[in-house]
Design a protein around this ligand. Structure first.
Ligand code: PHE
Length: 333
């Protein structure tokens, strides 16, 4: 029994085989168990001898079983380690992560600059009333910008806002002075598309209303903003202009970013780059339209062309690139 068992055990390669062998020898009906059971038929003299032998044999077989069991377990473990090995030098799959659109980044940067100057960010709808877009802003009944060839009307009273200035009206009616807000978003005009025009573009509106707000505060705010976004050596130039909702009004140019104001080909030797915003002191009639007493309060407002600032800042010469969503363009930001 011993010889046969040891041989079988050594030849087995799985834990199941080993268990089968154990049962066939040491199990309830196993060979050795049978022999031990038959002991009662033996004589008094034979019993201890056979018993001793049987126990020795059982011990050897049990030891052998454990020994081979350990070997097989060890083997299984080694095989698993080999089959589950990870090649850490294998190149990973490329992960392509999206990012924010350059215009959205521009808006967030502009809002950030104004927030640092104490402005709050508010929102206004792209679909506006004619009242908020024109009437309340003191726009004359016959002003050319009201013409359906310039403005997208939805009904007689509803339109796509032509500028972000209606947010001024909403803010003044809702918040009451002192107030200091900016609001950015889409604006719409019936323009033909060319390198610098698009029927949909972006503006950022600013409005400050408080006691004793002056033109000096307006200039100071604009100067600080321009230096923040374009650099300390960039100058501003205020040119008188007309807007129905501000008086006095101005347009602001910045010095050429290419030559920093010295005069070069880009600016035709003038040292000045394009106009980036319109601004002025809030018209007393507009304050009154919003229930604010112009005898007590005054304010200034400005409207920046966001697409223009992005174009100047990033050196983009065609506004269409901002809206076409060509990945080759977007991936550069
Ligand atoms: N709304 C004006 C425009 O679209 C800009 C502007 C805003 C001017 C605020 C003065 C004050 O051109």
């Amino acid at each position: 029994i011993r010889k046969k068992a040891i041989e079988k055990i050594e030849n087995s390669s799985t834990l199941d085989e080993l268990e089968e062998i154990r049962i066939s020898i040491l199990g309830k009906k196993g060979e050795l168990t049978q022999i031990l059971r038959g002991m009662k038929d033996l004589s008094k003299e034979e019993r201890p001898i056979v018993g001793k032998m049987a126990n020795e044999i059982r011990e050897t077989i049990e030891n052998k079983l454990t020994e081979v069991k350990e070997e097989i377990k060890e083997k299984i473990k080694r095989e698993r380690l080999v089959s589950e090995r990870i090649d850490i030098s294998m190149p990973a799959k490329e992960k392509r992560v999206g990012h924010r659109h350059p215009l959205l980044k521009m808006i967030e940067e502009l809002e950030g600059i104004f927030m640092n100057m104490g402005f709050s960010v508010v929102e206004g709808p792209e679909v506006e009333t004619v009242h908020n877009n024109f009437d309340a802003l003191n726009s004359p009944e016959n002003h050319p910008s009201r013409d359906p060839s310039d403005t997208f009307y939805i009904t007689d009273n509803i339109l796509l806002r032509t500028h972000t200035s209606p947010v001024q009206i909403r803010a003044m009616k809702k918040l009451k002075p002192p107030l200091k807000i900016v609001s950015a978003g889409r604006t719409f005009r019936f323009d033909d598309v060319d390198d610098t025009h698009s029927p949909m573009f972006h503006q950022l509106e600013g409005l400050v209303v408080d006691k004793n707000v002056t033109m000096a505060n307006l200039k100071d705010t604009i100067d600080k903003f321009v230096k923040e976004i374009f650099g300390d050596d960039i100058k501003t130039r205020f040119r008188p202009h007309y807007f129905p909702f501000t008086e006095p009004s101005a347009e602001v140019d910045v010095s050429c970013l290419e030559c920093r104001g010295k005069g070069c080909e880009v600016c035709n030797g003038t040292g000045w780059s394009m106009e980036i915003l319109g601004c002025g002191m809030v018209h007393p009639k507009v304050l009154k339209n919003c229930g604010i007493d112009p005898e007590v309060y005054s304010g200034f407002a400005f409207g920046l062309g966001v697409d223009r600032i992005a174009m100047v800042k990033y050196g983009i010469d065609n506004i269409r690139l901002l809206f076409e969503n060509d990945m080759r363009f977007l991936e550069q930001f």
